[in-house]
Design a protein around this ligand. Structure first.
Ligand code: G3H
Ligand code: 13P
Ligand code: ZN
Length: 311
């Protein structure tokens, strides 16, 4: 099975009322943990790579590791650029074998976002690559970009038809109250998502795949392990899993998860090192990190995304 685009995945997910997980990858252990979990429950997968991940691991290393995972698992896997912020980075990923790119023009005014996105779509479609655009701005931290709560904004449903028809994007990320990172709501604040916006977007774009960024649930058991000495993670609050399940039953076909992977991996390493402080073999302490990722991703696929058995 070669690396695939998300077109078929999204068509089936929309019709089947489930979503495909888009997991951020940065190294071999993360890729193995995710793909081994998906192979066990036969789920399609999107592995996504940020600019920061490319800088850390180098494009070619991640690409080769993903190719190895495809060979190892025989799963349909889509390789996606997460939050591309320029035509140049999208072009570089398309030329380097990715089957999907996100051009995140959400920080630009509407017309500029359309112009930039349309340019990427023209280049990508010519090479058989699909494109995700974004309307509305999520709060939180993505690599060097920190969007404050005051600068974040919900997607305006009245803009989505024009954006999609003028750009030709294949999927659309919208802002309905999720945010990047581990601190999605203030302490004491009740987690809420604007399902009314999602419903209106769905009504205006029937059959069109919607993407949810910032969708980590911030699993308490991993937070507790990392936070054992009374760290700042005590205030971390994620998106409740039942809300993600609801979104997956609606038009949301792609759900982005990174922070939960980071927490799971770090908790595994932290726990191992706490019990074996003198160990210095990376294979020993990375194994529980990879095991945690496998367990986390399997639970996401089966309990939240509903994509098990769909590969
Ligand atoms: O939405 C952003 C992802 O969590 C990637 O984070 O840019 O630090 O790799 P990163
Ligand atoms: P989280 O920070 O909630 O995992 O979101 C990740 C994401 O949206 C990547 O694009
Ligand atoms: Zn994101």
């Amino acid at each position: 099975m070669p690396i695939v685009t998300s077109t078929e995945m999204f068509r089936k997910a929309y019709e089947g009322g489930y979503a495909v997980g888009a997991f951020n990858v940065n190294n071999m252990e993360i890729i193995q943990g995710i793909t081994e979990a998906a192979a066990e429950v036969r789920s399609p997968l999107i592995l996504q790579v940020s600019a920061g991940a490319r800088k850390y691991a180098k494009h070619v290393y991640l690409m080769k590791l993903i190719e190895a995972a495809v060979e190892d698992t025989d799963l349909p896997i889509c390789v996606h650029l997460d939050h591309g912020d320029s035509f140049e980075i999208c072009k570089s990923c398309i030329d380097g074998g990715f089957t999907s790119v996100m051009i995140d023009g959400s920080k630009h005014p509407f017309e500029e976002n359309i112009e930039l996105t349309r340019r990427v779509v023209e280049y990508a479609h010519d090479k058989g690559v699909v494109v995700e655009g974004e309307l509305g701005r999520l709060a939180g931290i993505e690599d060097a970009v920190h969007v404050s709560e005051a600068d974040s904004s919900y997607t305006r449903p009245e803009e989505v038809e024009e954006f999609v028809s003028r750009t030709g994007v294949d999927s659309l990320a919208i802002a309905i109250g999720t945010s990047h990172g581990a601190f999605k709501f203030k302490p004491g604040q009740k987690p809420q998502l604007r399902f009314d916006i999602l419903e209106e977007v769905e009504r205006r774009l029937p059959g069109f795949p919607i993407v949810l960024h910032g969708a980590s649930s911030v699993i308490p058991k991993y937070v507790d392990t990392i936070n054992c000495n009374g760290g700042q993670l005590a205030d971390a609050i994620g998106i409740p899993e039942d809300m993600l399940r609801q979104a997956a039953r609606m038009a949301v076909c792609k759900i982005n998860i990174d922070s939960d992977l980071r927490l799971a991996m770090t908790a595994g390493v932290r726990e191992y090192m706490a019990h074996h402080p003198a160990d210095f073999d990376p294979r020993k302490y990375l194994t529980p990190g990879r095991d945690n990722i496998r367990e986390l991703v399997k639970a996401k696929i089966v309990n939240v995304l509903g994509s098990d058995g769909k590969a």
